[in-house]
Design a protein. Structure first.
Length: 479
């Protein structure tokens, strides 16, 4: 296989990746986007395998041995990925994404270490006994540092999203302490200094010390970020993993890795910006842990018991049946209960009765971007019934009923109150509907740790219980 053919195949794979991103931008084209991504990755992997054979033959090395390790890794990694994809529930997708990011970061670290130890094996051209070229050392330093931050940060993000750990470090609440930002600044400067020292001297001690500080920085950057900002963290770590891969790609002179990493890095950065804009947050404040701190924690701890108007599923079904327009607001509670199919059935029953039904989606509903869209697509909800926040907010004032299923922060009017930790965050304005029905398991605060004034309005009816069970009871009552 000639290098010209390798370059051409990598170019084809890159075009497939670009088409994959384009397809994944909308639910109607997402299947096509995934198909392009799989085709592109298959081409890239096969081309790289062929390139390994060519380079092994050129260097007089055993082709079978080198390729055998690669194939073994593909079988192990591909098998683990297929198993996880088959078993993972939609509610666990954010954790899975965080896990994947951590693996990409760790892979970048391992490749950087291997490249420093055996530059010839990675086609880093230099005279034997002399230093690796300065440009390559800079690329290895950046790729390894970003990869280390991505790995440890993603591990913390996984813990915050899963909520299974008993240690406070892994819970959704922010972890803050005096002098935290100054410590991060010092560690950041020390990491850069050690990286530059490695770039100048190729000193292994400086390289590994830089890696150790980068791992610590990944933890310290993520722990002060509150639960309400976790969707931004997920997309941010996605971006980091891409830049780590691109940095290593430059070191290895691998055009495919550079292009793929740049696509992931830039798309993740754009998504992070979009998410921050949707939440009316400063991107740098979120990354530096400037939101979700003391005010959020205090709000969560200072809640008092207040009376609410509650009703049954039959009561809610009666209200829905007599409405002309209904707006459904799905949230993470719906995802946990896997109630999307029951909700679609309820919408179909109401539509048969002449009720106009629409779905309102907040950009950060759930725990990762697009979470609710994927759930509704899984239940085959018609796309023309699903509306984004900016398209549906103007209709809440004319809606007879807004039914909120497991959502909390994204409909919290506290976003309009100065001094609130979520002040300025755009919300779905469900409180403007003539009647509001809210389904929750309890009166527990949302992921941001705030009480929701919407639940205490005179026009709000709380229906407590598992979302799937409640909605199924509504379907029976509507019939």
């Amino acid at each position: 296989m000639s290098m010209n053919l390798v370059t051409l195949l990598y170019l084809v794979a890159s075009v497939c990746f670009i088409q994959a991103l384009k397809g994944l931008s909308h639910p109607t084209t997402s299947i096509r986007g995934n198909l392009f991504g799989m085709i592109g990755m298959t081409i890239a992997v096969l081309t790289t395998a062929a390139l390994i054979v060519k380079l092994s033959e050129t260097a007089g090395l055993s082709t079978v041995g080198g390729l055998g390790y690669v194939l073994a890794a593909l079988v192990v990694g591909g098998g683990a990925g297929a198993l996880m994809a088959q078993r993972v529930e939609m509610t666990k997708m954010p954790e899975l994404v965080a896990f994947m990011h951590s693996m990409i970061g760790l892979a970048a670290v391992f490749i950087a270490v291997a490249a420093v130890a055996e530059p010839y094996a990675f086609q880093i051209v230099h005279t034997k006994g002399e230093l690796i070229p300065t440009g390559n050392r800079l690329e290895l330093f950046l790729g390894a540092a970003i990869g280390a931050i991505t790995f440890s940060g993603s591990v913390i993000a996984f813990g915050k999203l899963s909520g299974k750990y008993k240690f406070r470090l892994f819970q959704g609440a922010p972890v803050q302490f005096a002098g935290q930002h100054m410590l991060n600044l010092v560690l950041g400067l020390a990491t850069v200094g050690l990286g530059l020292a490695f770039m100048v001297t190729e000193n292994w001690t400086a390289f590994f010390a830089m890696l150790a500080l980068a791992f610590v920085m990944g933890v310290l950057i993520i722990i002060p970020i509150g639960g309400a900002d976790m969707p931004v963290v997920v997309s941010m770590l996605n971006s980091y993993s891409g830049w780590a891969a691109a940095g290593i790609g430059f070191s290895l002179n691998n055009a495919m890795l550079i292009i793929a990493g740049s696509l992931v890095g830039s798309s993740g950065a754009i998504l992070s910006y979009i998410m921050c804009k949707a939440m009316n947050r400063s991107f740098f404040n979120v990354i530096l842990g400037g939101f979700g701190g003391e005010a959020t924690t205090a709000a969560a701890g200072g809640q008092v018991q207040r009376n609410v108007k509650s009703g049954s599923a039959d009561d809610a079904a009666f209200v829905l049946s007599n409405a002309e327009t209904v707006v459904i607001v799905p949230g993470y509670g719906l995802a946990v209960a896997r109630a999307q199919h029951a909700v679609k059935e309820l919408a179909a029953k109401l539509t048969e009765k002449g009720v106009t039904v629409k779905y309102a989606i907040h950009p950060v509903a759930g725990r990762m971007p697009g979470h609710m869209n994927v759930l509704l697509a899984e239940a085959e909800v018609p796309y023309d019934q699903v509306f984004e926040m900016e398209d549906i907010n103007g209709e809440f004032g004319q809606a007879d009923v807004a039914i909120i299923l497991g959502a909390n922060d994204v409909v919290n009017p506290a976003a309009h109150v100065k001094g609130s930790p979520i002040y300025g965050m755009p919300i779905l304005e469900a409180y403007k509907a003539k009647t509001v029905i809210v389904n929750k398991r309890s009166m527990a605060a949302g992921y941001a740790g705030l009480d929701n004034e919407l639940f205490y309005l005179d026009k709000t009816m709380m229906v407590f219980g598992d979302a799937k069970k409640v909605v199924e009871d509504m379907v029976k009552a509507v019939e």
